[in-house]
Every structure is written in structure tokens, then in C-alpha cells.
Design a protein. Structure first.
Length: 61
């Protein structure tokens, strides 16, 4: 379709050059997912340890 112009969402939104790109957002999501997974595993292990010790899990901590 020669009459179609392909552009990025950032360009369509009027973002300045150098703004977020699909790749940079994907990279950031990957880093966040890894950090979130590590934090979730740590919290899960802590919760299991607290329960195994017969303690109550503090709320809001």
C-alpha cells in the first residue's frame, strides 16, 4: 500500500525525538519484571519462613 505512511506511536503522539521507543519501553518492562520477580520470591520466602515459625504475618510490612 504505497499511500500509507508508517510512523511510530511516539511520533503520532507528538513526543520529542529521543522520547520513549517501543524498544526502550520493552527493555524497561523487562528490567522491572526481573526486579519484581526477585522481590516477589523474597517476600514469598519470608512469608513461608514466618508461617513455619508459627508467627503471624505483619500487615502493611
Amino acid at each position: 500500500m504505497p499511500e500509507v505512511t508508517v510512523s511510530s506511536i511516539a511520533t503520532e503522539a507528538g513526543w520529542a525525538p529521543g522520547g520513549p521507543t517501543t524498544e526502550s519501553v520493552e527493555d524497561a518492562a523487562g528490567h522491572f519484571a526481573g526486579a519484581f520477580r526477585a522481590a516477589l520470591e523474597l517476600a514469598t520466602a519470608r512469608s513461608a519462613r514466618i508461617r513455619a515459625e508459627g508467627q503471624r504475618i505483619p500487615v502493611g510490612v
